[in-house]
Design a protein around this ligand. Structure first.
Ligand code: F6R
Length: 594
């Protein structure tokens, strides 16, 4: 998704190197173009083009721009191809207003038509370009920049975080948001805007979170926030406890492998949320039904939650994809707890569903990013403690989401045994990472496959889905996760000689039935790669390859450990194929459009 940054420095230093540094930290969001605008000597300088930041920087020398304030953008194309013209900043035709935008302007075509009739000439295919044109039009009607932005947001519909600069008002950046993320940083040397905190951690950790419709004005003296009636809003300043180093690779080749290696501590840190979770449970009286809402990997964590809560607490639990949630809204009431699971806390589909759920039900967000929109709109919040996750593929945040869900399920069902079991999980995770040499070897053998199947039963079924998703998103190999017992109802027809089938088969109640499914695929020629207990000799005899996991890992906690080799398989196959695991094509870390 697009990322925006803005900065105004207190002294007369050039801001471009800082803007470039900050916007580079948003590469992880997924992008195809980069651009910067600075203000200097009554002129807006713009450098922008399609391509990776490094390529465009080599061509245009992005840090070499005069001016002590400006805005920057990484674009993830929605309207119009990736190209220089469609890159942001977008400007009005006289180059008097520059704007960066994250989100989608839904009514841009009708605005464009109207402005064209008024004589405006548009150069790009973007929805964004209407914004600088509208701001310029209102400035010509004698509004100052703040009020021109205010008038503009009365006209545009959709989701946006916007930052604008204007020739008419030197030394000022005006920003606003609706349904797209935007934070404001207060640093020693200046004031900052960003789509996400990793962009500015190095410069500012005191953060203001603007609400929808608030207008933020940054100048050399400080930050002022106005509500829709022009009143000054006294915003709380919250200090982020993430450090700049946490958002660096720290010697690892990729963020993804760093984050996989940080999973034991992500789980350990999230286990500290036990008291907070108990307090929330104590407050939730009369809950008769739970409904999880999430997307992607967070959806898979939610599915594990259904298995846990229904089997341990006997509370009927549904799991709904956030983008499909509105069709379930009629079933909600005040005895329903709707739990939103999200790494970013900014996923547009989940936010829309949260607004619906808040009208009838109790809502709880389980979120990794502090201060994000879900944490501000849900009635209860559990903060997972994974630290910043930069790799696009969710890994350590998945395990920290699972940890919070396990704590919730264990506490709501008073299951002391499970609580105790959870304390062993970090060591089991670290031990599972010792399989890395074996997995590298398997990845060399399996990377030519075109299709993979992942099978699991019960608690291991969501793990199969998540393993397949990791494979698809970073290796671009087709992977399907199935409930092992479902395969014979259709997909078995796809099993051919040599097709890799990953079977998740921890010891426990589902073991024997899963073993029968393993034999079904084996007898049809599949190449079985099993993840099972280290002391399981019969598994070793039946599968082609086995990745061993400590035999003391019980089936109920297996999702927290058995996923680790599946993440590693996806990572090493990606390296074999020569792709960048941190930035898979077409994907974005934070999906702020519906
Ligand atoms: C996959 C992945 C995505 C996200 C999904 C939801 O590795 O990262 O599937 O899980 O886009 O995002 P959040 O959790 O931020 O709501």
């Amino acid at each position: 998704m697009c990322g925006i940054v803005g900065c105004i420095l207190k002294d007369d230093e050039d801001v471009a190197p800082i803007l470039l540094d900050c916007i580079s930290k948003l590469e992880y969001r997924g992008y195809d173009s980069i651009g910067i605008a600075t203000f200097h000597d009554n002129h807006i300088n713009v450098k922008k083009d399609k391509g990776k930041i490094e390529e465009v920087d080599n061509k245009l020398d992005l840090a070499d721009m005069p001016g002590n304030f400006g805005i920057a953008h990484v674009r993830w194309a929605t309207h119009g191809d990736p190209s220089k013209l469609n890159s942001h900043p977008q400007l009005d035709e006289d180059n008097t207003v520059a704007v960066v935008h994250n989100g989608i302007i839904e009514n841009y075509l009708e605005i464009k038509e109207k402005l064209t009739l008024e004589g405006h000439v548009f150069k790009s295919d973007t929805d964004t370009e209407v914004i600088p044109h509208l701001i310029q039009k209102f400035i010509k009607e004698k509004f100052d920049l703040e009020h021109a932005v205010r008038k503009t947001i009365d006209v545009i519909e959709g989701a946006y975080a916007i930052a604008a600069i204007s020739l008419n008002e030197p030394d000022k950046i005006v920003a606003t948001r609706k349904d797209s993320p935007l934070i404001v940083g207060i640093g020693d040397g200046g004031y900052y805007l960003a789509s996400d905190s990793p962009a500015i951690l190095k410069y500012a950790r005191d953060i203001i979170y603007p609400e929808r419709g608030e207008i933020v004005i940054l100048d050399k003296e400080g930050v002022v926030v106005h509500d829709e009636f022009d009143n000054v809003v006294n915003k709380d300043i919250e200090t982020i406890n993430w450090t700049p180093e946490m958002a660096e690779k720290e010697g690892y080749d990729h963020f993804m492998i760093k984050e996989i290696n940080e999973q034991a501590s992500a789980v350990r840190n999230t286990l500290t949320q036990k008291e907070n979770i108990q307090n929330i449970i104590d407050d939730l009286e009369g809950i008769e039904r739970i409904c999880f809402v999430a997307c992607g990997t967070s959806y898979h964590a939610s599915l594990t939650g259904k298995y846990l809560i229904e089997s341990l607490a006997g509370i009927p639990t549904d799991v709904v994809l956030a983008s499909e949630f509105k069709y379930s809204a009629n079933t909600l009431n005040d005895k329903t707890l709707v739990i939103f699971i999200s790494q970013s806390g900014e996923t547009a589909d989940s936010l829309k569903a949260l607004d619906v759920a808040n009208q009838t039900s109790k809502t709880l967000g389980i979120v990794n990013v502090a201060g994000s929109s879900i944490t501000r709109r849900a009635q209860y919040v559990i903060q997972t403690q994974a630290g910043p996750e930069i790799g696009v593929a969710a890994t350590k945040t998945y395990l920290s989401q699972l940890t919070a869900i396990y704590l919730f399920a264990a506490l709501i069902s008073n299951n002391a045994e499970l609580l105790k079991e959870l304390d062993n999980v970090p060591d089991f995770i670290d031990e599972s990472l010792e399989n890395v040499d074996l997995i590298e070897d398997l990845s060399r053998r399996y990377n030519f496959a075109r299709d993979f199947f992942y099978l699991g039963r019960g608690y291991s079924y969501p793990t199969a889905l998540e393993g397949a998703l990791k494979l698809k998103e970073i290796t671009y190999i087709h992977g399907e996760g199935y409930a092992a017992g479902e395969l014979k109802h259709g997909p078995l027809a796809l099993i051919d000689e040599g097709i890799p089938v990953v079977v998740i088969i921890p010891p426990g109640d589902n073991y024997r039935k899963t073993m029968s499914n393993l034999e079904e695929v084996k007898s049809r020629g599949a190449n079985v790669l099993a993840i099972g207990a280290a002391n399981d000799e019969s598994l070793k005899a039946k599968a082609d390859d086995v990745i061993p996991i400590n035999e003391n890992v019980k089936e109920i906690i297996a999702p927290l450990i058995y996923i680790v080799p599946l993440q590693l398989i996806a990572y090493y196959i990606t390296l074999e194929k020569g792709h960048d695991p941190d930035k898979p094509k077409n994907l974005a870390k934070c999906v702020t459009v519906e």
